[in-house]
Design a protein around this ligand. Structure first.
Ligand code: PPE
Length: 305
């Protein structure tokens, strides 16, 4: 999806003009996929833009870095403040936020330990990730021939840039075959997640979502949806799911910061009721929660000024 430039990007402690936020072609992480990143959204509220679950996203960035043995030259609080600053500077009422930490220029070879660590935060307006009618009409899913990483191959809990080679292969395969998005199974044949979303399936009136042990990212939206489900008295569990659970689902949706809550209308050409009642109810609540309209989740909505 094309990016609409904003004015400033935060790079290593300074706000630089959008066009000047450049790196050397021999930047270490460009060659080896060793950067770690986050995807966050800020939403419009009556008190100005607010970043949804900002603290948890930045903590996850640091956890990704911990797995990579990457030492960020900033504290969690400093990166949180820097994120708020970039959102404020953009003047946008709502936006997508991309913090990234990566090994910089100066070293080559696979040993990352001597590398310098650079940090950047960019924001831009980003619309519906899976298309404007993802909620009403739903998206067409294809089970990918690409399997999700096994835990001892690539750590799925680290949002590492290199992990997304797997996602890109699956995404392009699905698009080329005429679908909107891919579902990935793991090496055991269990459902893991999508290329950039977690997945929820309803069977027999119970909502189910795969565990991180199946190779899924510990999604912040997944966690949000589970809390909202509890509020709505929808029974919801983390559970291993098989391919047949997908085909026989009563309804299905996927969720992530970029995709928000998006309905699924078919998997491998097996149609599903869409949008199902849980999907509609949870998508409606999600829209409210991220904008600070649900009192008990006010703490999740972090104002930038
Ligand atoms: N799984 C994957 C593989 C993933 O990339 C995301 C987020 C999720 C699950 C959902 O996580 P969370 O955002 O915490 O609910 N994907 C981000 C990147 C998308 C991109 O194209 O880049 C996002 O949604 O921002």
């Amino acid at each position: 999806m094309p990016i609409t430039p904003t004015e400033k990007i935060w790079m290593n402690g300074e706000l630089v003009p959008w066009e000047s936020a450049q790196i050397h072609v021999l930047t270490h992480s460009l060659h080896y996929g060793t950067g770690v990143f986050e995807g966050i959204r800020a939403y419009e509220t009556p008190n100005g833009p607010a970043v949804f679950r900002l603290t948890e996203h930045i903590e996850r960035l640091f956890n990704s870095a911990k797995i990579m043995m990457m030492d960020l030259p900033y504290t969690v609080e400093e990166v949180i403040e820097a994120t708020k600053l970039v959102v404020r500077e953009s003047g946008l009422p709502s936006c997508y936020i991309r913090p990234i930490a990566y090994y910089g220029y100066g070293e080559m070879g696979l040993n990352t330990l001597p590398c310098s660590v650079d940090v950047a935060i960019a924001v831009w307006p980003w619309g519906a990730y899976l298309g404007e009618d993802a909620l009403t009409k739903g998206v067409r899913m294809k089970i990918s021939t690409w399997l999700r990483h096994e835990h001892n191959t690539m750590p799925p809990a680290s949002k590492t840039t290199g992990n997304y080679v797997n996602s890109s292969l699956a995404k392009v395969e699905a698009l080329k075959a005429g679908y909107d998005e891919a579902i990935m199974l793991n090496q055991q044949g269990l459902v893991s997640e999508c290329t950039g979303e977690n997945i929820f399936v309803s069977r027999g009136g119970v909502l189910l979502t795969p565990p991180s042990s199946a190779g899924a990212l510990e999604g912040i939206t997944q966690d949000t949806v589970m809390a909202l489900a509890e509020d709505l008295d929808i029974e919801c569990h983390v559970a291993d799911l098989t391919r047949s659970d997908l085909y026989l689902a009563d309804e299905m949706f996927v969720c992530g910061t970029a995709a928000e809550v998006s309905a699924v209308n078919s998997v491998d050409d097996r149609p599903l009721p869409c949008p199902g009642p849980f999907t509609t109810a949870l998508a409606t609540e999600y829209v409210k929660a991220v904008r600070g309209q649900i009192d008990r989740y006010k703490d999740w909505v972090e104002l930038v000024s």
